[in-house]
Design a protein around this ligand. Structure first.
Ligand code: FNR
Length: 379
C-alpha cells in the first residue's frame, strides 16, 4: 500500500505523478526563471523560530483568529486560484466545502472553474470573491453586482496583474484555453487517462464566471494572452476609489509589496492588505513576500490588518508569517497539489495537517494562542 502523504512536499510529488505535464506546470510554475517563486520559499527556510521554554501548559494552543470582522478556526486560508479544475474536476466546490467545514476562508477567483454563485452556495459563510478588474468597466460592474447578489461579504481586488506574467513553462507547453489538441497534448493526456477522462467528461476547464471564452478574452491563444485580456491594467487609484464607494462589504487589496502603496490603500479605505507576489507568477524580480511583510509591518500601524502568501508550505511556516506580523496567512499551490493527489478529500486533509503542524510548532515555541503572537505577549 502506498503511504498517505504526510507533508505538502509529499502532496506535490504525488500531484506531479498524477497530472498531465501542462496542468502540473501551470499550477507549479512561476514567471521567468522562477527566481521570485524560489525567493519567497527560501525566506521561510532561512527564518528561524525563537522557542521559549517553561511556559506551563501549552496544549492545545488556541488557533482561532479574527480577520475582517469574522472569527476563523485557523489563522490560514485558501488563496484565490484560477482554473482549479485543472487539478481535479469539481475542485472549486471541493475547496469551498472543505473551507466551510473547517471554518477557514476560501477566496474564489474571477477565473474560477465554478461560478461565484455555486461557490457561495457551497461555502455560505466562509467564501470571499477575488476580482480582476477586467477588460471593460461593464464586466467589472457585472462581477461586483453578482458577488453582491450572491451574498459575498468580502471582495479581494488583485493588483499585481497589470500585464500577464511571462510563464515560460506554459509558453513551452503551448497551454491555452480552450485546450488545443496538438500531438504533444494528446501524448500528455494519453499518459494520464484517469485525469483526462474525468476532466474532459466534465467539459474541460471552463472559465465559469464568463458566458464564453470570448467574453473572458476574445481569441486568446495562450494563457498569457487570456490573462492579458482579462486584466488589462485598468486598475488605478481612481478605479480602486470607485470600487470602494461601490462595495459596502470588506475590501482587500491583494498583490501589494510596498509600504507606500500600503499607506495609500489604507487611506483609500481598503480594510486589509494582502501582501503577495502572486506566488512568483507575475514579476520574477519580486521580493520574498515574507521580507516585504516585515518591511510593511514595520511602517504601518499595528491595527492595519495584513495577510501574506507565497511559499508557505507547513504549520511552522504559518507561525513564521504570524511572527513576522501577518494577521492571516494564505496558501495557494498546496491546496491544488492536495486536490490532484487526494481528490475531493485532499483539501480537508491538508487543513488538518497544517493545523496540527501549527499547533505543534506553537507548543514547541511556548505560544498559547495566535492572538498572543500578534500582541507579542510571550515575546
Ligand atoms: C494563483 N494566484 C491567483 N491570484 C489571484 O488573485 N487570482 C487568480 O486567479 C490566481 N490564480 C492562480 C492560479 C494558480 C494555479 C496559482 C498557483 C496561483 C495566486 C495565489 O492567489 C497566491 O497568491 C499564490 O498561489 C501564493 O503562493 P503559493 O502559496 O502558491 O506559494
Amino acid at each position: 500500500m502506498v503511504r498517505a502523504p504526510i507533508s505538502s512536499t509529499d502532496l506535490r510529488a504525488r500531484a506531479k505523478a498524477r497530472l498531465p505535464r501542462f496542468a502540473f506546470d501551470y499550477i507549479d510554475g512561476g514567471a521567468g526563471e522562477e527566481d521570485a517563486l524560489a525567493r519567497s520559499r527560501q525566506a521561510y527556510r532561512e527564518t528561524c523560530l525563537r522557542p521559549r521554554v517553561l511556559v506551563g501548559s501549552v496544549s492545545p494552543a488556541d488557533l482561532t483568529q479574527a480577520w475582517l470582522g469574522q472569527s476563523w478556526a485557523q489563522p490560514f486560508g485558501i488563496a484565490p486560484l484560477g482554473l482549479p479544475a485543472l487539478a481535479w474536476p469539481g475542485a472549486d466546490l471541493a475547496l469551498a466545502r472543505a473551507a466551510e467545514a473547517a471554518g477557514v476562508p476560501f477566496v474564489t477567483a474571477t477565473p474560477g472553474t465554478a461560478t461565484l454563485e455555486a461557490v457561495r452556495d457551497a461555502a455560505p459563510t466562509r467564501s470571499a470573491f477575488q476580482l480582476y478588474v477586467g477588460a471593460s468597466a461593464e464586466i467589472t460592474e457585472d462581477l461586483i453586482a453578482r458577488a453582491e447578489r450572491a451574498g459575498y461579504r468580502t471582495l479581494v481586488v488583485t493588483a499585481d496583474v497589470p500585464r500577464a506574467g511571462k510563464r515560460l513553462r506554459d509558453l513551452r507547453n503551448g497551454f491555452g484555453l480552450p485546450l488545443r489538441f496538438t500531438p504533444r497534448l494528446a501524448a500528455d493526456l494519453a499518459l494520464h487517462p484517469r485525469w483526462s477522462l474525468a476532466t474532459l467528461r466534465a467539459g474541460a476547464p471552463r472559465l465559469a464566471n464568463f458566458a464564453t471564452y470570448a467574453e473572458a478574452g476574445a481569441g486568446a491563444q495562450t494563457l498569457a494572452q487570456l490573462m492579458a485580456r482579462q486584466s488589462s491594467g485598468r486598475l488605478d487609484w481612481d478605479v480602486l476609489g470607485q470600487i470602494r464607494a461601490r462595495w459596502s462589504g470588506a475590501l482587500v487589496l491583494k498583490g501589494v509589496l510596498d509600504p507606500d502603496d500600503t499607506e495609500r490603500a489604507v487611506k483609500a479605505g481598503v480594510d486589509a492588505i494582502h501582501v503577495s507576489s502572486h506566488g512568483g507568477r507575475q514579476l520574477d524580480g519580486a521580493p520574498a513576500t515574507l521580507d516585504a511583510l516585515r518591511t510593511i509591518r514595520a511602517t504601518v500601524p499595528l491595527d492595519v490588518p495584513l495577510a501574506v502568501d507565497g511559499g508557505v508550505r507547513s504549520g511552522e511556516d504559518i507561525l513564521k508569517a504570524l511572527e513576522a506580523g501577518a494577521d492571516f496567512v494564505f496558501l495557494g499551490r498546496p491546496f491544488l497539489y492536495a486536490m490532484a493527489a487526494e481528490g475531493k478529500g485532499g483539501p480537508a486533509a491538508l487543513i488538518e495537517m497544517l493545523a496540527a503542524e501549527l499547533e505543534a510548532a506553537m507548543a514547541q515555541t511556548g505560544r498559547r494562542s495566535v492572538a498572543e503572537i500578534r500582541s507579542g505577549a510571550s515575546g
